[in-house]
Design a protein. Structure first.
Ligand SMILES: Cc1ncc(COP(=O)(O)O)c(C=O)c1O
Length: 334
């Protein structure tokens, strides 16, 4: 039951996530960085289909797809999209067909990038994978294929990249509510919740789920500039509040993005990402991923080094998953 967002209890939902996921302290990492107290929300442990943040969105997106009578879902992402892997797995579990439009948009990747990791898992589910070159607009290609399938008699539910429609975003509010409840129960008042932000749904969901507690959220971008990301998060927040008829005051949530950790570009390794992935593994046995959480955690490390949090402050990092991608970036850690 959600007291602050009762709409969550009214929407159709398919159970996928093994939740609530744990909130854990990272004391050795806190010591190594000289404070604050760092906690991690283990959304890499959402369970279904190797875990990660998309499971929470997909519970509601798949609920909507089944309600619409869909026999097919289609979505879009990069070749190593985690969202694609979880969508393909959810479709398999529900007996739906799945088409993934995968843009080959990250330059200079290895043979493994095009064969293993998430892409291998996609194919194991039986999803139809259509890899398109970088210059093709993936969203447009997805709409074109969806129309083609409809003309062939299929009932298609289109899931935007990252699952970041209003319904998908709202699904992530559940994680925000869990963080609010878990920190309160542990007597912790976080100065910030920090996470990697891409297609915006995770940030919008966290903002909605944490709004009642007043805990601030910082999204570390993996692709876009601060201004661009903040504008997109605000736009999705407003759409979500309007379309799902939430309290209009929620449109005023403070949106903050930090764009200093993208490195050379989306999906391209950076020294900060490599340091973050190594530190989390060495200090805590915690495995981050190279595309999202590694860069998000690099952002948290830098913000700690800049003295933005006091030693006795608490901060929560949301581990949004992505482990399958680590295995196709082995050369970044050579
Ligand atoms: C592992 C991981 N973390 C974070 C994100 C970012 O979430 P969002 O796209 O909702 O901003 C993604 C998106 O694909 C992801 O796969």
């Amino acid at each position: 039951m959600s007291a602050a967002l009762p709409v969550l209890d009214r929407l159709d939902r398919v159970k996928l996530v093994h939740g609530p996921t744990p909130l854990e302290a990272l004391p050795r990492l806190s010591d190594r960085l000289g404070g604050p107290r760092i906690y991690v929300k283990r959304d890499d442990c959402t369970g279904f289909a190797a875990g990660g943040n998309k499971g929470r969105k997909l519970e509601y997106l798949m609920g909507a797809a089944l309600k619409a009578g869909a026999d097919t879902v289609i979505t879009v992402g990069a070749v190593q999209t985690n969202h694609g892997r979880q969508t393909a797995a959810a479709a398999a579990k529900l007996g739906l067909r799945c088409v993934l439009v995968l843009t080959d948009s990250v330059p200079g990747r290895s043979a493994a990038y095009h064969a293993s990791g998430n892409f291998l898992l996609d194919r194991l589910t039986g999803a139809e994978c259509r890899v398109v070159p970088a210059e093709v607009n993936g969203e447009e290609e997805m709409e074109r294929i969806a129309d083609e399938l409809r003309r062939a008699g299929r009932v298609v539910y289109v899931i935007p990249g990252g699952g970041s429609s209003p319904i998908g975003a709202l699904g992530y509010a559940v994680a925000g509510e869990e963080i609010a409840a878990q920190t309160k129960a542990a007597g912790i008042r976080p100065s910030a919740v920090v996470h990697a932000t891409g297609s915006n749904g995770t940030q919008v969901g966290l903002l909605l789920g944490l709004a009642a507690s007043g805990i601030p959220v910082t999204g570390v971008t993996v692709r876009r500039t601060k201004a661009d990301q903040e504008a997109r998060v605000k736009a999705l927040l407003e759409r979500t509040v309007t379309e799902l008829q939430l309290d209009p005051k929620l449109k005023d949530c403070v949106v903050e993005a930090d764009d200093r950790f993208v490195g050379p570009g989306y999906g391209q390794p950076s020294p900060g990402m490599v340091e973050a992935v190594r530190l989390a593994a060495e200090c805590e046995g915690l495995f981050l991923d190279p595309v999202y959480t590694g860069k998000g955690f690099a952002g948290l490390i830098q913000r700690i080094r800049e003295g933005r949090y006091r030693k006795d402050d608490s901060v929560v990092f949301v581990h949004t998953g992505g482990l399958p991608g680590l295995f196709v970036y082995d050369e970044a850690f050579a």
